[in-house]
Design a protein around this ligand. Structure first.
Ligand code: PMP
Length: 409
């Protein structure tokens, strides 16, 4: 069954809002998604009915909070096809998840001259942690180039994947181009040289069925706030045998087995990586977000967004001066990135805001990719379960008004 965004919209209170006296058109879901009533209500219910610290109290309230918190770990594992809940580490967001692998695994095990393979389309969150590792550990960074269409140029993989490659880390789906990368194929190549694979799933988990066991990767990172869930909680999934060998990033209460005055010993994963009181209400929100996405169906969500991306590309291409970026056809996600000559993307976003149309403008935390595309910035409209073709029509009307305002012919 297809997904009807006009029905789905009703689940998102914010979408009933007017901005500047006009109905809100929210086209920035790649930055963060809106939240359905079910998620808002789950967090509110947690505070009203269960609120207690987890893993500590010997009383019913704390047991209920712990059951919810650990039950959600199992729910997350099932949602991403992970064989066991212990591979699911709660972190704040994708950025923290990637940093945890860089610190806890790469910093511990990589030697000078070892190589980490990234790509030209990475978000800064999957570049900067490796820059620091390169400086601190003498690790060499290599990058898979992209084609002019915006796909990874896997014909060149042999040039950058070497016997020294210890880790391949890349986005499952690009936040700029919408490209969905062939994870299994890259995993196979990585395994042939004995490298591990970390997948940045920030733009994949919210939008399509992800099965980490089938993908064959070693680590997988994502954020709740892009998948209808709250800010403040994300997930690093890792193969438990790898997590067991990793150093904790931050230490303190909850991470330890025994503490003496002069030393301490650490618990097994995932608790070793979750210092202090965690984001408990947010985990309740994440559980509700997973239930919500499952109720819509991940395949239906993906099909809906792929259709919207195709529609947006067609409508944008009809605007004189508009240059769309990213693969014209699937597999791709619900992102439409474009420039509209000669108007600067920031001016576009400001003018569209006058019509209550929210788009993103800038480098989208992907400056190396912008350089590869030969632009300083782009505009980006990104879609989700509540986006309809009429939202895209509203954006296109507003873009045309903006062209007139700037005197474009
Ligand atoms: N990777 C990708 C591909 C992203 O799109 C984002 C968010 N824009 C991130 C990583 C970082 O996510 P977060 O800000 O939730 O850490």
């Amino acid at each position: 069954m297809g997904l009807d965004p006009n029905v789905v919209r009703g689940d998102f209170p914010i979408l009933a809002r007017q901005v500047r006296g006009k109905p809100l058109v929210y086209l920035d879901s790649a930055a963060t998604s809106q939240k359905p009533e079910a998620v808002i209500e789950a967090m509110s219910r947690y505070y009203r009915e269960i609120n207690a610290n987890v893993h500590r109290g010997a009383y019913k309230l704390s047991e209920d909070a712990t059951a919810m918190f650990e039950g959600t770990r199992a729910k997350v594992a099932a949602f991403i096809g992970a064989p066991e809940p212990d591979g699911v580490v709660y972190v704040r967001n994708t950025t923290e998840a990637i940093n945890l692998v860089a610190y806890g695994w790469a910093r511990k095990f990589l030697k000078p001259g070892d190589e980490v393979l990234l790509t030209e389309m990475e978000h800064h969150s999957n570049l900067v942690p490796w820059h620091r590792l390169a400086v601190e550990r003498g690790v060499v960074l290599r990058h898979i180039p992209i084609t002019d269409e915006g796909r990874l140029d896997l014909a060149k993989l042999g040039d950058v994947l070497t016997k020294k490659t210890r880790l391949v880390s890349f986005a499952h789906a690009s936040n700029v181009l919408g490209t969905i990368n062939p994870v299994e194929e890259i995993v196979r190549a990585a395994k042939s040289v004995g490298a591990l694979v970390l997948v940045d799933g920030a733009q994949a988990v919210p939008h399509m069925r992800v099965d980490v066991a089938a993908l064959g990767c070693d680590f997988y990172a994502f954020s709740a706030h892009k998948m209808c869930g709250p800010t403040g909680v994300g997930v690093l999934w890792g193969r438990p045998e790898l997590l067991r060998d990793m150093d904790p990033f931050m230490v303190g209460g909850e991470t330890i087995l025994e503490v003496f005055l002069d030393h301490s010993t650490f618990r097994d994963p995932p608790h070793r990586f979750e210092p202090g009181t965690p984001a408990i209400a947010e985990v309740a929100g994440l559980a509700a977000a997973i239930d919500y996405l499952e109720s819509l169906g991940l395949d239906a969500i993906h099909a809906h967004e792929e259709a919207l991306a195709a529609y947006a590309r067609k409508q944008l291409s009809a605007i004189p001066g508009c240059v769309p970026y990213g693969p014209p056809t699937g597999p791709r996600g619900g992102v439409a990135c474009f420039t509209l000559e000669p108007i600067h993307p920031h001016d576009l976003a400001t003018c569209l805001d006058q019509d209550a149309v929210c788009i993103r403008a800038g480098h989208h935390c992907a400056q190396p990719l912008m350089r590869r595309l030969g632009v300083g910035a782009t505009a980006r409209a990104s879609f989700y379960v509540y986006t309809s073709t009429s939202d895209i029509d509203r954006m296109v009307e507003s873009l045309n008004r903006t062209r007139e305002f700037f005197g474009c012919r």
